[in-house]
Design a binder for this molecule. Structure first.
Ligand code: 13P
Length: 282
């Protein structure tokens, strides 16, 4: 693939032009990494590896950034992203360690404070060519299996005027938006407000990101990608596959991890491939 030295920004612009989305797949174990990586080898598409603050702490920020840098020598179209960074020290460390992009989640702050902090982070990240994603209204839920229904409340939806001001004054590269999406899976399929997305896409000149990709109606994801979403985040569905597959294959009589884990890696890879096809209109 002739993607040597091409930046994440290049691939996001390309995705926007081609009406595709790049998958952000979160991980916290090397087994998950291998599953995601297997899918990239098959599909040769750019992919973002996401780590939340907890996932990054478990992996070790510097260690995982070095590990990824090594892989990037042979696979330059893979990127490392800090997901929902709230702690300034963690964000600084990710910037110093060589993450490719940072999600500054200031959604818990007052709007003005969110702008102020986002602007500072953009300034230091951009000096190193690192992209910054912002968030205004907190995206609901958590990346787990919720054994209940989710009901969207219109007050969760993005406020377009505020979003315009936020994008203009902070200089962020991408925005995590609220169009009915929620983190985690629920008993009901999550439906997206595509009309709202169309309006947001018309008004904002910023990469639009869909969080809470797990458990969302597939046809809504396809429509969202056609209407401006250029990155979709997936975590819960991969965690679910990992856990179910581990439990199933640990029942084998062998004690050798390298005889058990390839099955788990394959199951994760299959799920990632399914998502890559969805995000690329296949
Ligand atoms: P899911 O857990 O719903 O896939 O969402 C992941 C996410 O948005 C990470 O920020």
């Amino acid at each position: 693939m002739s993607s040597k030295n091409k930046s994440l920004k290049y691939f996001l612009q390309k995705a926007r032009k081609e009406k595709r989305a790049i998958g952000q797949f979160n991980f916290s174990t090397i087994t998950q990494f291998n599953g995601i990586f297997g899918a990239i080898r098959e599909h040769k598409v750019p992919v973002i590896f996401g780590t939340s603050e907890s996932e990054a702490a478990f992996l070790g920020i510097e260690g995982i950034a070095d590990f990824m840098k090594n892989f990037k020598k042979s696979y330059p179209h893979i990127f490392l992203h800090l997901d929902h960074g709230k702690n300034i020290n963690v964000i600084k460390k990710a910037i110093q360690s060589g993450y490719d992009s940072i999600h500054f989640d200031g959604s818990g702050l007052k709007f003005e404070e969110n702008i102020k902090q986002a602007r500072k982070i953009v300034e230091s990240a951009h000096k190193k060519g690192i992209l910054v994603e912002g968030e205004i209204k907190s995206i609901k839920g958590g990346s787990e299996v919720h054994n209940k229904n989710f009901k969207i409340d219109e007050s969760f939806y993005e406020d377009i005027e505020k979003a315009k001001e936020f994008v203009k004054t902070t200089g962020i590269d991408s925005l995590a938006i609220n169009i009915g999406n929620v983190h985690g899976t629920y008993r009901n399929k999550i439906r997206l407000n595509i009309d709202l997305l169309k309006k947001i896409n018309k008004e904002l000149n910023v990469f639009l990101v869909l969080h809470g990709g797990s458990g969302t109606d597939d046809s809504d994801i396809k429509k969202a990608v056609k209407n401006g979403i250029v990155k979709v985040n997936i975590n819960t569905e991969l965690r679910e596959v990992w856990k179910k597959s581990m439990l199933r294959h640990l029942k084998k009589s062998t004690f050798k991890p390298y005889e058990i884990l390839p099955f788990v890696i394959k199951d994760i890879q299959d799920k990632v491939e399914e998502k890559i096809k969805l995000f690329n209109n296949q």
